[in-house]
Ligand binder design. Structure first.
Ligand SMILES: [Zn+2]
Length: 369
């Protein structure tokens, strides 16, 4: 049985629409109505497994509950049916989709209802699965999708889908929008994947947030396949973040504490001894500096130097220097910047220690990847 007549019909009155009573269909908690009957269902996924042609013959019909044949978001009843890859039907308004698309929904929708290439009576077959399409349509209609608790994979797939259908991402992917905020909440679990997708669509704010969770990873440990997916500009920004923060830390801890005014008990020779002790204490620290060194590690390493100093004024100089390093390290940017110089703005002229050059091993050596 065809579920749409050859003419434009009102789904509320059409006798050809399936009967969505509980005896024939059941409403799943994933937001779709499926045909009942164990023989037709995949027990593991609760997804319909009946091919479309079979559905037509057997009257099996899977439909979105949010975008059902009876939906009305205040702009009239549905006049277009979208069908996901897994044969779930979504009833939507043509104008709603056209208004947010700059490519006529990937050229699948005509602004003219009697277009020769698309008629309102036929479902439009899409390549996206029902879960992704459901989230995308919620975004386009400006309604919350949180009840479905979509996975990060679905949310990132939604980004690809929105762009495919001509939706301006900067409208729906800014702080405060449901899609942006939900992705940000899940970013700590898969920051690299979020960074790659954000970079692919030049979503700087999202990539910036994801980059903050990538400080602890060695860039050399990223598999070549993932590196190859990464936009070159964003790959450079990620490397700059790691290199710049490492350089800043090296310069901060390379500068010894200041010298106090000479006293009868402590003078130039004592200060030279303190500088030498500082150099010894920090040498391996400088060598192993990385962009994610914690403040606690810096404090524990450098403050221990005080206990070997007999002069109370020297100890205060050490403490002041440690405090200054911790303060500057805390304000060193932890995320990607378009202007690399921003990282070094925390340094004072005295922090630029001559002779300290960057030769750390985090520079890319692709043959080792
Ligand atoms: Zn002293």
């Amino acid at each position: 049985m065809d579920y749409l007549d050859d003419s434009i019909v009102d789904p509320l009155t059409s006798a050809d629409y399936p009967d969505f009573s509980d005896e024939v269909y059941y409403s799943s908690n994933d937001g779709f109505i499926y045909p009942s009957g164990g023989d037709n269902m995949n027990e593991n996924t609760s997804e319909p497994i009946i091919p479309l042609e079979s559905q037509k013959e057997s009257s099996s019909f899977s439909m979105s509950t949010a975008f059902s044949a009876y939906m009305n978001f205040g702009d009239g009843g549905p006049d277009v049916v979208l069908m996901s890859r897994d044969a779930v039907h979504f009833f939507v308004r043509r104008n709603r989709l056209l208004n947010v698309s700059n490519n006529q929904f990937a050229l699948l929708l005509s602004p003219y209802i009697d277009s020769s290439f698309q008629t309102a009576q036929q479902p439009i077959q899409l390549t996206e699965d029902a879960q992704t399409l459901n989230i995308v349509l919620h975004i386009l209609y400006g309604v919350s999708f949180h009840v479905y608790s979509p996975s990060l994979e679905i949310l990132l797939q939604a980004i690809q889908t929105l762009e495919k259908y001509g939706v301006v991402l900067s409208t729906h992917l800014i702080p405060g929008t449901p899609l942006f905020d939900d992705i940000v909440l899940k970013t700590p679990y898969q920051p690299l994947e979020v960074y790659i997708v954000a970079a692919d669509h030049d979503l700087f704010q999202l990539a910036q947030i994801a980059s903050g969770y990538l400080l602890s990873i060695s860039l050399l440990s990223i598999p070549r396949m993932q590196i190859s997916r990464l936009n070159s500009d964003y790959l450079a920004m990620l490397y700059n973040l790691h290199i710049a923060r490492t350089l800043v830390l090296q310069r901060l801890i390379s500068r010894p504490p200041d010298e106090h005014e000479a006293t009868f008990q402590c003078g130039f020779s004592a200060y030279q001894a303190m500088k030498s002790a500082w150099s010894v204490a920090t040498s391996s620290f400088i060598l192993n500096a990385n962009p994610d060194v914690s403040a606690a590690l810096i404090r524990n390493t450098l403050e221990s130097l005080k206990f070997s100093l007999p002069c109370i004024r020297c100890r205060k100089c050490v403490q002041d220097r440690v405090n200054e390093i911790l303060l500057k390290w805390s304000i060193t940017p932890r995320t990607i910047c378009r202007d690399t110089g921003y990282y070094f703005s925390v340094l004072s002229p005295q922090d630029s220690v001559p002779g300290i050059t960057y030769t750390a091993s985090i520079l890319p050596t692709w043959s080792q990847v």
